[in-house]
Write a protein that binds this ligand. Structure first.
Ligand code: IMP
Length: 208
């Protein structure tokens, strides 16, 4: 039997993130649905500690914390960069590899150094993916969660200045430019976040 998802029938949603890059992309994805989106940073909601061991656990704990604190449905994304040669690292620790100063030039350098330590030189040894768990949570504790991904290659040196995080070192399969060389609309056609978002829209935003 097909899973029955709870429908989103409200018109206001909290975007449970303090990351400007993510908020911009989520607002871009929400724009066609006429939903008023407020971010957790606008509402000065506390950021819970990410104690989960998976993207899904972290997305659910962030969405639930924001939904319970605001009394409104909340959408949270937990995402990261996963490099096959590094057994999936930095993975759920992607933000933490950039340190307190959110230095992603350093984080990208750390990824590259770790790959060189593994002698990962050829394209087929440099497989990487962005993964995104997206949770819609309601104040009564109900959650709906979806996972999206985009596969590609980790390149060096970094290229491009759009986007955020690890975008300058990621080329999606079939593309010859990095995510940081694409504009927001182009990236959102293929990104991990857009993939998870499509699943959410089909399950929760469309009439049964
Ligand atoms: P968190 O989900 O807040 O724990 O952090 C996710 C981290 O993964 C971000 O800070 C980025 O470093 C990285 N990340 C997630 N999505 C993207 C993306 O679309 N482009 C580049 N980096 C990303």
């Amino acid at each position: 039997m097909d899973k029955v998802y709870r429908k989103f029938t409200e018109n206001t949603l909290i975007v449970a993130s303090h990351n400007k890059g993510k908020i911009k992309e989520i607002n871009h994805l929400l724009a066609p649905f006429g939903i008023t989106a407020k971010s957790a940073s606008e509402l000065k909601l506390d950021e819970p500690e990410e104690t989960g061991e998976t993207f899904i656990e972290n997305a659910e704990l962030k969405a639930l914390a924001a939904a319970k604190a605001s009394g409104l449905p909340a959408l949270a994304d937990d995402s990261g960069y996963s490099v096959a040669a590094l057994n999936g690292d930095p993975g759920i620790y992607s933000a933490r590899w950039a340190g307190d100063h959110k230095d992603f030039a350093l984080a990208m350098q750390m990824v590259e150094c770790a790959m060189q330590d593994k002698d990962a030189q050829e394209d087929d040894e440099r497989a990487a993916a962005f993964i995104c768990a997206l949770t819609l949570a309601w104040p009564d504790g109900h959650v709906e969660t979806f996972e999206g991904r985009v596969d590609g290659t980790s390149i060096w040196p970094p290229k491009g200045s759009n986007g955020f995080g690890y975008d300058p070192i990621f080329k999606a399969n079939g593309y010859d430019r990095t995510f940081a060389e694409m504009d927001c609309a182009e990236k959102q056609k293929i990104s991990h976040r857009a993939d998870a978002f499509k699943q959410l829209v089909n399950a929760c935003f469309k009439a049964a």
